[in-house]
Ligand binder design. Structure first.
Ligand SMILES: Cc1cc2nc3c(=O)[nH]c(=O)nc-3n(C[C@H](O)[C@H](O)[C@H](O)COP(=O)(O)OP(=O)(O)OC[C@H]3O[C@@H](n4cnc5c(N)ncnc54)[C@H](O)[C@@H]3O)c2cc1C
Length: 480
């Protein structure tokens, strides 16, 4: 039976959808709106990619492990729901790049792999003298005349040369997007670098002028005074999900139910009908889709819109957390972890020495290593059995750091098609899709990791913004 109360449905119970539902409920209460709010999640748990395991005193993040502090929305939300006392910054330390079978310290002052200080760059073994001289061309090369989008790889190769890109920049960026930097969009990932080139011509000079820490040589900063950049929760990021769920006391939460398609509702008072795999339909006046782009595209298949998203790739990765007794792992250098250059013959793409970077996660006398496997063009490993993945990772760790002991336990978590690739033209595609939605499906919004930023704070911003738009739409009484 349908009621005339305005209905709003959030599809997808990851951090974006939960934030959207929480924001709608909060505004609805504050402004005394009479809304019927529903959150639909296809799996039997909320949180999407956020998932924490607690085992034998360890706090193990299976997906994201932290978030950038400078993007403020996540810490704000955490404080608002009462978890401020659990916020913890990362411990800082040396990070490394694995190249030619050797761990090389990340040169001091490198920002996203871009060198900004002469001495550490000139003394690193990561780049040959020819490569270093080529990077220096950045000081004299003209600005790009490119007005549209371009690939991240193309942009950095032009400014700094192939060697710096392959041995410094690519391993770091690939750690964030698990992607191919020659396909990724500059304007959708790091538009600030495009702006720097336009404003300062030289990328290195631009970074030095706009980032005060880059201007200081490492000696002055001192390793112990390096500023932490990330925050997490001592109880695990899952505790934010659980707390948000507890706050959603005026939202109907449907778990284990998948939205399959959308129809315009010609008869009833509510504008849209969502068809679910349970056979039921859900009516709505406004909908926020916080699902991956390929899911959104399949929901609108019948309407032939969002088709641009069908071919946008999403990479599969797996995280492999391994717990050891301290005495079994003596070769781990002092530091926070390493990323692996594509020129190296290893399967792991990165490894965090979690016990060092996040000491609260690991009991005294233990070591926690968290490795990644899978990246664009190299994803088959994700489909192997757990014990096969464990063996491959252990073999890599043995070759890199002499870790020959068997772990006390290993947790392998597969993330299939989990890293959306913002390929060149992403912004234009998104604008086109949003325009299609606005004219054909007013009151329907897209938000989340596939769209305007993959970082957790970006997802929170998107959830809040979509919630605000949906409420404005409902208040305007957009009903046919
Ligand atoms: C391994 C890994 C590590 C990461 N590390 C970090 C990190 O350290 N820091 C950081 O900031 N970011 C990190 N990210 C990125 C970040 O985790 C994601 O961008 C973010 O969690 C996406 O949230 P979301 O709510 O948009 O999507 P999701 O978390 O994917 O949520 C979407 C939800 O929709 C549900 N769903 C799908 N289809 C349907 C349907 N048809 N009907 C109903 N529900 C449906 C899914 O089950 C899921 O719960 C990482 C990502 C991965 C995969």
């Amino acid at each position: 039976m349908s009621s005339f109360k305005q209905k709003i449905v959030v599809v997808g119970g990851g951090i974006t959808g939960l934030t959207a539902a929480y924001t709608i409920q909060k505004k609805s209460r504050h402004e005394k709106l009479d809304l019927d709010i529903t959150l639909v999640e296809s799996s039997h748990r909320l949180g999407g990619k956020i998932q924490t395991a607690q085992k034998e005193g360890f706090v193990i993040e299976k997906g994201p492990d932290s978030f950038l502090e400078r993007k403020e929305s996540m810490a704000r939300l955490i404080k608002e729901v009462g978890l401020a006392d659990r916020l913890v910054p990362n411990s800082t330390g040396q990070s490394f790049i694995l190249m030619n079978d050797k761990l090389h310290p990340m040169p001091g002052g490198a920002i996203m792999g871009i060198p900004t200080q002469i001495k550490p760059f000139m003394t690193t073994d990561l780049v040959s003298m020819t490569g270093k001289l080529r990077a220096g061309a950045d000081f004299v090369l003209p600005r790009s005349k490119e007005r549209g989008d371009q690939s991240l790889g193309g942009f950095f190769r032009r400014r700094l040369g192939n060697e710096v890109v392959e041995n410094l920049i690519e391993p770091l960026l690939s750690g964030i997007y698990a992607g191919d930097i020659d396909q990724l969009s500059l304007m959708s990932t790091f538009p600030q670098f495009h702006k720097m080139e336009q404003d300062h011509r030289s990328l290195i000079s631009g970074i030095k002028k706009t980032n005060p820490s880059a201007a200081q040589p490492k000696k002055q900063l001192g390793p112990t005074r390096k500023k932490s950049l990330f925050l997490t929760l001592t109880s695990g990021l899952q505790s934010l999900i659980d707390t948000l769920e507890e706050h959603l006391d005026q939202t109907s939460i449907l778990k284990g139910v998948k939205v399959e398609s959308i129809e315009e509702n010609a008869q009833g008072p509510h504008r849209y009908s969502l068809k679910m795999n349970s056979g039921e339909t859900l009516e709505a006046d406004s909908i926020i889709f916080s699902v991956p782009h390929f899911v959104a595209s399949s929901i609108f298949q019948k309407q032939h819109i969002l088709t641009e998203f069908k071919d946008v790739p999403a990479t599969s990765v797996a995280t492999v957390a391994m717990a050891f007794p301290q005495e079994a792992v003596t070769g781990v250098p002092d530091g926070t972890g390493f990323v692996v250059s594509r020129n190296s013959d290893y399967t792991i793409t990165a490894c965090t020495w979690t016990h060092n970077k996040w000491p609260h996660t690991t009991p005294e006398g233990k070591v926690l290593l968290r490795c990644y496997v899978g990246r664009s063009g190299d994803e088959a490993v994700v489909d192997l059995a757990d014990d096969q993945i464990e063996e491959i990772v252990l073999n890599d760790l043995n070759n890199i750091m002499g870790v020959s002991a068997k772990p006390d336990f290993t947790i392998v978590t597969r993330w299939k098609k989990a890293m959306p690739q913002y390929t060149v033209g992403h912004k234009q595609r998104l604008a086109k899709v949003r325009a299609e939605l606005e004219s054909n499906f007013p009151g329907v919004y897209l938000a989340g990791g596939s769209y305007d930023g993959i970082g957790l704070p970006d997802c929170i911003d998107q959830g809040e913004s979509a919630a605000a738009k949906a409420i404005i739409h409902l208040m305007k009484g957009h009903k046919s």
